[in-house]
Design a protein around this ligand. Structure first.
Ligand SMILES: [Zn+2]
Length: 182
């Protein structure tokens, strides 16, 4: 069975602030009883996450949905530099921030690897207009995001926009929404 996920990503938080921000978010979510306070095995992979608590429905749009019985249903906090891709959902466009040209045939994968490793040569030159910018400034369709901080919701359905706005207020930056499947 495949798992879906939604990642909310801040592309602006620096690595020094990401752990502090994660603590604030967990405090907020556990106080509201959206997730449990303790880590458990409820996310995909080797890391642990926070399982949904009694009020998790307040965070989603279709509150009649029930995923509390799923094995993978927790949220995961990511506090290190990461490429938040959309998993097996396919990528269609990598668009130049200057002219909009789709650079999907360009060597963007290499630049993205460099960005992830913290190497400076993360720039890519647009095939059409020649603009050279960090690959993270190109627009990926469907949405990908690049940053030091993210919250991944495993098997949660569409989040309530009011809930996302509350998180943005606490975090202090806007959040990009990445929808993925694995
Ligand atoms: Zn261009």
């Amino acid at each position: 069975m495949s798992n879906i996920y939604i990642s909310l990503v801040s592309e602006k938080i620096n690595s020094a602030d990401s752990k502090k921000t994660a603590e604030k978010i967990i405090e907020f979510l556990s106080e509201r009883k959206i997730v449990k306070k303790n880590l458990s095995d409820c996310v995909l992979g080797s890391s642990k996450g926070y399982a949904p608590a009694e009020n998790y429905r307040n965070a989603i749009e279709k509150s009649e949905l029930d995923f509390s019985e799923l094995k993978i249903n927790g949220i995961e906090l990511i506090t290190e530099r990461q490429v938040f891709d959309n998993g097996g959902n396919g990528l269609e466009e990598v668009n130049c921030p200057n002219c909009g040209e789709n650079n999907i045939e360009n060597d963007w994968g290499n630049s993205l690897g460099n960005w992830h490793s913290g190497i400076d040569t993360d720039k890519i030159k647009c095939q059409k207009c020649g603009t050279e910018k960090s690959i993270t400034q190109f627009e990926f369709k469907p949405t990908w995001a690049f940053g030091n901080f993210g919250i991944t919701f495993w098997n949660w359905t569409k989040l309530n926009p009011k809930f996302v706005a509350e998180l943005e207020k606490i975090i202090g930056t806007e959040l990009k929404v990445v929808n993925g499947k694995i």
